[in-house]
Design a protein around this ligand. Structure first.
Ligand SMILES: [Fe+2]
Ligand SMILES: [Fe+2]
Length: 333
């Protein structure tokens, strides 16, 4: 079983460093934001870089399964919505890459880590989008799960991350609603359309539940991240909340989640539900997902094909800076 992260080794601290760590932890416990120029423990910085860049990569790679349906959207209205959604995801990646850059890691380093397979992204994007119903299902469930994960992160202790989440969450709400509305149209359509919606739900349900990460007792770094307030609720708590919110939505449009163990539990005021196939999850984390190779090679091709744009932007910036310098020298003279 692969652990997704490694816990930082305990280090002996000098009295001065101990005082800095104590002051830092007190600020976090008091729900104050930590800003890029503030002192922070190395392990906090490293954990944040990993978490934020992984999040950014997920937003970016997340455009690929949906992007390949833009030309096949069934109506102009759906195409318009899908284009806007995919564009939003590019924006989310940008806010997050910028937030990670404030921690001293460059965009190029993060891209290199993604393309070399060192950095991870959400396992959900390694599943294929086989029919149009998959696109609505992604909005409804994948963006719905992302909202569950991200709403608490608006109160994350690192200021730039928390602030990026505020805007991201607003846009994710629209993504979830357009997805549900699209699936609702299929569920209320012809028998074939309803069957297509049900088939998509059957394929996506378990991978979506895996998006919340391994069960709490198999998530070794969660405790530290909760203490640092860069994770505010546990994987199992978020998964439960998601199931409780989603089942009534499925029922309202006559679809059924593929889980024979699902039943309402009055005592806990929530649903009991089955266990995802965690072996499948770890295999996808290891890069064995159905479309893992395709996603990274598409991402690499986009990076390589875009080299001329980056070069042109740099050349323009240098030319502009040279002109501004000449103008200001002339003024001084
Ligand atoms: Fe997003
Ligand atoms: Fe989204």
């Amino acid at each position: 079983m692969q652990r997704m992260t490694t816990a930082p080794a305990p280090i002996e601290l000098s009295a001065e460093d101990r005082a800095r760590v104590d002051a830092f932890e007190a600020r976090v416990a008091d729900d104050q934001f930590i800003e890029p120029k503030d002192w922070m423990p190395d392990a906090y910085r490293k954990t944040l870089v990993r978490q934020i860049s992984q999040h950014a990569h997920s937003e970016y790679v997340g455009m690929l399964p949906e992007g390949n349906w833009i030309t096949r959207a069934p109506t102009l209205r759906r195409k318009d919505i899908l284009l806007a959604k995919v564009q939003d995801e590019a924006g989310h990646a940008l806010y997050l890459y910028c937030a990670a850059e404030t921690l001293g890691t460059s965009r190029d380093q993060m891209t290199e880590a993604l393309l070399s397979g060192k950095a991870k992204y959400s396992t959900i994007f390694n599943y294929p989008t086989l029919t149009w119903a998959d696109i609505g299902t992604i909005g409804w469930l994948v963006d719905g799960a992302a909202i569950m994960n991200q709403v608490p992160l608006q109160r994350a202790s690192f200021g730039p991350y928390a602030r990026a989440m505020v805007r991201v969450c607003k846009e994710e709400s629209f993504h979830q609603r357009q997805g549900y509305e699209s699936i609702m149209a299929l569920a209320q359509g012809t028998a074939e359309q309803k069957a297509m919606a049900q088939d998509a739900l059957d394929r996506w349900w378990w991978p979506v539940l895996m998006m919340f990460g391994p069960p709490d007792d198999k998530s070794p770094n969660s405790e530290q991240s909760m203490r640092w307030r860069i994770k505010r609720e546990s994987n199992d708590t978020l998964r439960q909340k998601f199931v409780d919110a989603t089942i009534p939505q499925a029922e309202a449009i006559g679809l059924h989640v593929p889980d024979p163990a699902l039943r309402w539990n009055e005592a806990k005021n929530g649903y009991d539900f089955g266990t995802p196939d965690w072996e499948e999850f770890y295999a996808v984390v290891r890069g064995e997902g159905p479309t893992a190779t395709e996603r990274i090679s598409e991402r690499r091709a986009a990076w390589e094909d875009g080299a001329w744009v980056r070069d042109a932007a740099m050349a323009h910036a240098e030319k502009h800076a040279a002109l501004t310098n000449t103008a200001s020298t002339a003024k001084v003279a």
